[in-house]
Structure formats: structure tokens, C-alpha cells
Design a protein around this ligand. Structure first.
Ligand SMILES: Cc1cc2nc3c(=O)[nH]c(=O)nc-3n(C[C@H](O)[C@H](O)[C@H](O)COP(=O)(O)OP(=O)(O)OC[C@H]3O[C@@H](n4cnc5c(N)ncnc54)[C@H](O)[C@@H]3O)c2cc1C
Length: 418
């Protein structure tokens, strides 16, 4: 038992690390606190599991922000083609969709869950579920095992793959941060990323509930200065804005709100038309529909749900007829269509975040092996690390790649010792 590798957490990172360590010849025990493995993986991609993305490594890394370069070694050893080959051998064929997103052809995340579970078990991994790790054990040589409900499990290496701190019903409750902190690791501030943002606007905007806007440009403003922008789909849900564009911009908004800064978003509802073309379009519409009231003319320009909002924001009367719109009113309408502004008052709670930002400080982890620079024999994999990316399959690939590298490195270290 002294030579075995213990993996804490049976998510994608832990299961990949376990299977790979076992295939490399190690004796492997996975300890999972929930009753089943891979619970979060089963709900990814709205139940369809966006496994990875076909982007090349440099572009892939750019989706992780400045910390992305930490992943370079892991991606060079095990990247999307290797992952897809492994899954195919385990019986999962895949399809690439818009934006390079890869899904199982079956459209079922549960197929990926079952395939990974079978693959790990066939590789010789032992899995003990309903077993929460309460502490990491160390001695003068480094890590020596783990403690679960007062019972000690000896190990030559431990891979901490406990995930982040969101969707806690899946088991990711952020305990890994405490376990790592207790053995000396620093934890970068943990906060929600890929999370809906709370609107602070009142009036008709606050009443928008289930509207989806496709192909819009969204700019994030912090203290009145443009911070970042994204293009795509935005959804209004009760009290919040969400959808891919908002999720992409959310971490910067979360950090600004937490710092007490003023945050807003500007939506360009007509990104394909510059001001000149949009003005010509408005003039044409008002001329063609000279005797129609404004609320009816606007229906040809924006979704029905936005008409009330537009009229309220621009202070143009519902009853104004096309032929009587003043130049100033037309300018107001044009400006609103290009700069529909919503104030942001906060963000949805951590538990509703797709991933959590922050985690184990990457400066204390060797990117070539995933081993701790502080505690020999302790490795990290997956979302417990200070890594987070946009939506698009990037987060799961990072979990699989760091898991693969941690499993391989831990097993190789055992072999060189004997
Ligand atoms: C709704 C939703 C949809 C998502 N969709 C996608 C998607 O389509 N594509 C994508 O790339 N990413 C997606 N993600 C993100 C992705 O699921 C995570 O980044 C990924 O699961 C992280 O893997 P992990 O193995 O590091 O952690 P997790 O999957 O969180 O697994 C960690 C495991 O550790 C266990 N554990 C925790 N503490 C202990 C302990 N003390 N003892 C024992 N076990 C413990 C937990 O029970 C859990 O099983 C989605 C996330 C959510 C919430």
C-alpha cells in the first residue's frame, strides 16, 4: 500500500489521472466523497457535454487569459486529438459543431461518463465512493497519505482533483482549497466565473424575463471605460442577463463589482450596420410606414419584448407616426439601437457559476509534471488549480490534460524510485 497513488476526487481530472497512472503501472485508489463518480460531467453542455474544442494550442490557451501559458506543457503531452482518440477507443464517437465545439455524436453526456468510468476500471483503478478526504498527511519526505473519517490511507503520491466550488450538489464544494492550504499552499481568491450578471436597471428593462438576442455585440464598461467586448447570444432571465456573451465577460464584471466599481454593459442590437447605414434604414422605414405608430414601426427593427424598453429609454411616444419623427428623436433611436445600456449590480451566486475562478496558486505547481513545488509527491489536476476559461470545451480539456499529466508524472516518479 505504501507505493500506491491516491486520487482525491472522481471528476474528469481525477478519473483521467487515475486511468493513466494505472496504465503506467501504478497501483491506484480513487477516493470520491459522493455516491457516484463524474456527477458534474453528466450535466455539462446542458446534458450534451462539450468535451473539447478543435482550436489549435495557441488559440486554445488564449481562452484561459494570462494563466493559460501554464497549460502549454500539459497540452503538448495530451491534447484534443489524444483525448478524442481515447474516447473513441472507449466507444464514444464525436461531432464538431459551430465554434469548433466537440460533442459526443449521441448528444448524451452520460455516454461520456459511462465510457470514462469503464476505461478507468479496465485500466485497473480501484474506486471507493462515499469516502470524503478530510486531510492530507505529510512527513519529512513529503506527502504520505490521506485521512478519511479518522482512517489513514498511506500513499507514495496523492493527486488532488477535487474540482472548484460551484454546483455543490455535484460534490465540488471547494474542500480541495482547504486541504491544499493546510499543507502550505496559497489559494488565489476563489470567485464565480462564467456566471449570470444581475441587472441594476429599473423600469421596462427590469421586466425583461425570457428574451434571447442573437448576433449582438456586447461591450463591458467599468467605471465608464470600455473593458472588453464579445459577440453572439445574450439571454434575459429573471433579474439577470446571461447567455454565452455574458458568461464570457462575467469574470471581469465580477471582479469589478467586488472591487466596488461601477459596471454596465452596452448592447449593439445592429452590429452589421454602422451609424450611417442604420440612419438610412431608419429614414427608409419612417418614410415607408409614414402613417404607422412608432410601436408598430419598431416591431420591424427589434424583438417585440424590446419595443417598450426602447420607447421608455428614448422617450419617444408610442403614438408618434413615422412621418412626424423629429431628427432628434431619430438620433435618440439610433443611439439606443447601437448602445442599449444596462447597469450591472452584481452577479448570481457562486453555486450558479459554470466554473470557479481562482484556486491553487500556479506559481507553486510544476507545469511539466503538475507536482507541488512545496510538498513532494503531491500533485494537482483540474479546476482546483487557478485556471478558468470561456465556454467552448476548454475547461474540460484542461481537466483531462492536467489529469493525464499528473497521473503520468506520479506513476513515472514511483517507477524511478524502485
Ligand atoms: C452546468 C455546467 C456545465 C458545464 N459544461 C461544460 C462543458 O460543456 N464543457 C466544458 O469544458 N466545461 C463545462 N463545465 C465545466 C466542467 O464541468 C468543469 O470544469 C470540470 O468538471 C472540472 O473537472 P474536475 O475533475 O476538476 O472537477 P469536478 O468535475 O468538480 O470533480 C471533482 C470531484 O471531486 C470530489 N471531491 C471534492 N472534494 C472531495 C473530498 N474532500 N474527498 C473526496 N472527493 C472530493 C467531488 O465530489 C467531485 O466528484 C460545466 C460546468 C457546469 C457546472
Amino acid at each position: 500500500m505504501k507505493n500506491r497513488i491516491i486520487i482525491v476526487g472522481a471528476g474528469p481530472a481525477g478519473m483521467m489521472a487515475a486511468g493513466q497512472a494505472a496504465l503506467s503501472g501504478a497501483e491506484v485508489l480513487v477516493l470520491e466523497k459522493m455516491g457516484r463518480t463524474l456527477l458534474k460531467l453528466g450535466i455539462t453542455g446542458k446534458g450534451r457535454c462539450n468535451i473539447t474544442n478543435v482550436a489549435e494550442i495557441p488559440e486554445f490557451i488564449s481562452h484561459f487569459g494570462t494563466n493559460g501559458r501554464f497549460l502549454r506543457q500539459a497540452f503538448h503531452r495530451f491534447f484534443s486529438p489524444e483525448l478524442l482518440k481515447l474516447l473513441q477507443q472507449a466507444g464514444v464517437t464525436t461531432t464538431t459543431e459551430r465554434g469548433g465545439r466537440v460533442f459526443p455524436t449521441s448528444g448524451k453526456a452520460l455516454q461520456v461518463v459511462q465510457a470514462l468510468r469503464r476505461w478507468a476500471e479496465k485500466s485497473g483503478v480501484e474506486i471507493k465512493s462515499t469516502t470524503a478526504v478530510d486531510a492530507l498527511l505529510t512527513d519529512a519526505n513529503g506527502v504520505s497519505g490521506v485521512r478519511c473519517a479518522g482512517v489513514d490511507y498511506a500513499a507514495a503520491a496523492v493527486i488532488l482533483a477535487t474540482g472548484g466550488a460551484s454546483y455543490t450538489a455535484t460534490g465540488s464544494t471547494g474542500e480541495g482549497y482547504r486541504l491544499a492550504r493546510e499543507v502550505g499552499h496559497s489559494i488565489v481568491d476563489v470567485r464565480p466565473a462564467l456566471v449570470p450578471l444581475l441587472t441594476a436597471s429599473t423600469g421596462a428593462v427590469a421586466r425583461l424575463q425570457t428574451l434571447t438576442l442573437r448576433n449582438v455585440g456586447v461591450q463591458l464598461y467599468v467605471e465608464g471605460k470600455k473593458h472588453s467586448e464579445a459577440f453572439g447570444e445574450l439571454t434575459f432571465i429573471p433579474k439577470c442577463v446571461s447567455g454565452p456573451v455574458i458568461l464570457t465577460l462575467s469574470l471581469a464584471a465580477v471582479d469589478a463589482v467586488r472591487a466596488g466599481q461601477k459596471v454596465s454593459i452596452e448592447i449593439d442590437l445592429k452590429p452589421a450596420l454602422d451609424d450611417k447605414k442604420l440612419d438610412a434604414r431608419l429614414l427608409r422605414d419612417f418614410e415607408k410606414r409614414a402613417h404607422e405608430p412608432m410601436h408598430s414601426i419598431l416591431r420591424g427593427l427589434i424583438p417585440r419584448e424590446l419595443v417598450e424598453v426602447c420607447l421608455e429609454c428614448t422617450r419617444v411616444s408610442h403614438a408618434r407616426l413615422g412621418h412626424s419623427v423629429s431628427a432628434q428623436e431619430r438620433m435618440n433611436l439610433l443611439h439606443w439601437l447601437k448602445h442599449f445600456t444596462i447597469d450591472i449590480g452584481g452577479h448570481a451566486p457562486m453555486d450558479e457559476a459554470i466554473v470557479s475562478a481562482g484556486g491553487i496558486d500556479l506559481n507553486e505547481v510544476n507545469p511539466r509534471t503538475m507536482e507541488s513545488k512545496l510538498v513532494p509527491g503531491l500533485y494537482f489536476a483540474g479546476e482546483v488549480l487557478d485556471l478558468q476559461a470561456d465556454t467552448g470545451g476548454y475547461n474540460l480539456q484542461a481537466a483531462f490534460s492536467t489529469g493525464w499529466l499528473a497521473g503520468t508524472s506520479a506513476a513515472e516518479a514511483q517507477q524511478t524510485e524502485f
